[in-house]
Design a binder for this molecule. Sequence first.
Ligand SMILES: *[C@@H]1O[C@H](CO)[C@@H](O)[C@H](O)[C@H]1NC(C)=O
Ligand SMILES: *[C@@H]1O[C@H](CO)[C@@H](O)[C@H](O)[C@H]1NC(C)=O
Ligand SMILES: *[C@@H]1O[C@H](CO)[C@@H](O)[C@H](O)[C@H]1NC(C)=O
Ligand SMILES: *[C@@H]1O[C@H](CO)[C@@H](O)[C@H](O)[C@H]1NC(C)=O
Ligand SMILES: *[C@@H]1O[C@H](CO)[C@@H](O)[C@H](O)[C@H]1NC(C)=O
Ligand SMILES: *[C@@H]1O[C@H](CO)[C@@H](O)[C@H](O)[C@H]1NC(C)=O
Length: 400
Amino acid sequence: MIFKQHLFFMLYSACGLVIKEAATKNKVKGSQGQVPITQNVTVVEGGTANMTCRVDYNDNTSLQWSNPAQQTLFFGDKKALRDNRIELVHASWKELTISIHEVTLSDEGQYTCSLFTMPVKTSKAYLTVLGVPEKPEITGFTKPALEGDHVTLTCTTSGSKPAADIRWFRNDKEIPGATEVNATGRSFTVRSTLEFQVDRSEDGVAYTCSVDHVALLAAPQQVTEVLEVHYAPRVEILNSLIFPQEGQYFKLECDSIGNPLPEPVLWTKDGGELPDMERMIVEGRELIITSLNKTDNGTYRCEASNSLGTDIAEYKLFVYDPNALAQHGPDHALIGGVVAVVVFITLCFIIVLGRYLARHKGTYLTNEAKGAEDAPDADTAIINAEGNHAHAEEKKEYFI
Ligand SMILES: *[C@@H]1O[C@H](CO)[C@@H](O)[C@H](O)[C@H]1NC(C)=O
Ligand SMILES: *[C@@H]1O[C@H](CO)[C@@H](O)[C@H](O)[C@H]1NC(C)=O
Ligand SMILES: *[C@@H]1O[C@H](CO)[C@@H](O)[C@H](O)[C@H]1NC(C)=O
Ligand SMILES: *[C@@H]1O[C@H](CO)[C@@H](O)[C@H](O)[C@H]1NC(C)=O
Ligand SMILES: *[C@@H]1O[C@H](CO)[C@@H](O)[C@H](O)[C@H]1NC(C)=O
Ligand SMILES: *[C@@H]1O[C@H](CO)[C@@H](O)[C@H](O)[C@H]1NC(C)=O
């Protein structure tokens, strides 16, 4: 009986050992590669995502892909979910690859590849879907804006994921805007505003809103608006001659700016109509007097108007008598006189300076001469000849 029991125990132990060994073997096999391997995938919405699951070592165990909602998409090569965007790319014992077409933001999430060993081994792959920002829109443009108006330009783009970047450019130079991001569903709405007061220098300035995003591979999305500013006229009169003389051709130009452009301009003389339409011709913004007459002097006025206002400029014409201008000669004579006096004084100064220098030079040379009996050059000879010898001797003594 005891022997029998013993035998049974021995058998039991041997069996257990075998079972144990088998289990250990299995474990080793598993750790050697029976693990599915996946990779995260990023795709732009509307594109195709390929989800690949691989097993390096596989003893013919089935692979399965399931979506973030834990629904089985493919079990081996068998399609499990009715979604015609999802297709099988490749199925083998070592790989299961499926593709999801026309990906939407709602496809994003964690997908699972399962290997049906005991226990089941899984690997997660995160599918990231990038939302493409819609073409931006600029609002807040009043066309036209009036000078002094406060303008708020708003650029909005929706549908981006992650949130897009908005940048502003004023005539191609970047300027800062105030950006605000709101989540709308799975994507983002990004808005950036610019606030400023318009003046006439803003007329014709181009404002560009540029949207940068990872999903925009080629170039940023841009929209440009050109500001139109209306402003009141400003006029200025330009004259063709400084001293208009009788008989001369004379032209006054009314330089007017304003938006809308104030045209035509109105010319008047001394508060009334132009007196002589024969000699006075108005051409566009110019007033031309073909031949000046003394009777033409007076105040000429140019008036320009647009919807925002009126501006006036005046010019006082004095027609000089060519003979009287000759009397203006004294002006020139005076200038001439002043120049003459200045020249005279300068000359006097030069002469005085010259004489002073010459005297010094003479003294120096005389001193030199005391060493050498003979004059070293003609100059010295002349000086020596001029000054009497007694004087030279005197100097010699004085210096010794
Ligand atoms: C997905 O797989 C298909 C079929 O193999 C291939 O044509 C396509 O280029 C792949 N797409 C990506 C994004 O890898
Ligand atoms: C897997 O299955 C194939 C046939 O489908 C067979 O030839 C192969 O021996 C099997 N491999 C293993 C490890 O069971
Ligand atoms: C995959 O994506 C998830 C979620 O974004 C992240 O936690 C994980 O580290 C990523 N894995 C790899 C290998 O990049
Ligand atoms: C974001 O949300 C706030 C509060 O709901 C709203 O006032 C604002 O206009 C929104 N901004 C955008 C860019 O949608
Ligand atoms: C100026 O006008 C007066 C009157 O119209 C005329 O008598 C005179 O000859 C004119 N002078 C010149 C220089 O044209
Ligand atoms: C011409 O100008 C002079 C000087 O300003 C003035 O005395 C004279 O009255 C003017 N003549 C006319 C016709 O306007």
